[in-house]
Design a protein around this ligand. Structure first.
Ligand code: DQA
Length: 144
């Protein structure tokens, strides 16, 4: 199992600032990730929440899985609690994904609370970043 967790405002993909985040809806993307997993014989569990606590609960649930693709949205820049959860579920690998290039935008987006405790980070490659993250987890040796 691989988990794909999306944080605040990402339920509005396709509608929210499509010039930055693209025109695909989250539902369409989730279908593609599930299909990608199916091709590799790995179930993909997709979740989105605008609430920090829900994301933390899912991270703990994901602990026994192959890994997590996490776009924590704006919580990336603020959440010590999500960072602590990522550390707590170690060695389960968490890959940080951002659709936009967070380093090319407002300066507050250049700081990630979670990057130092993630296995790796992907930023600025559009929604392809999620697929690359899934491919990376499939390639990494199993952590547990
Ligand atoms: C984002 C970048 C964040 O700074 C922003 O708050 C988001 C989306 C991205 O995918 O590019 O909500 O994580």
């Amino acid at each position: 199992m691989i988990w794909v967790i999306n944080g605040p405002n990402l339920h509005a993909l396709g509608v929210r600032q499509p010039d930055i985040y693209g025109s695909d809806t989250l539902e369409t993307l989730q279908g593609k990730w599930v299909e990608l997993g199916r091709q590799h014989g790995v179930p993909i569990q997709c979740h989105q929440s605008n609430h920090e606590g829900a994301i933390i609960d899912w991270l703990y649930e994901a602990r026994p899985s192959r890994g997590v693709i996490l776009n924590a949205g704006a919580f990336t820049h603020t959440s010590v609690a999500i960072r602590d959860a990522i550390v707590a579920i170690s060695p389960c690998p968490v890959i940080e994904v951002h659709i936009s290039n967070v380093y090319a935008r407002e300066s507050f987006r250049s700081h990630s609370m979670i990057a130092p405790v993630c296995r790796g980070s992907i930023s600025g490659l559009g929604v392809m970043g999620y697929e690359l993250g899934i491919q990376a987890i499939l390639t990494l040796p199993k952590a547990t």
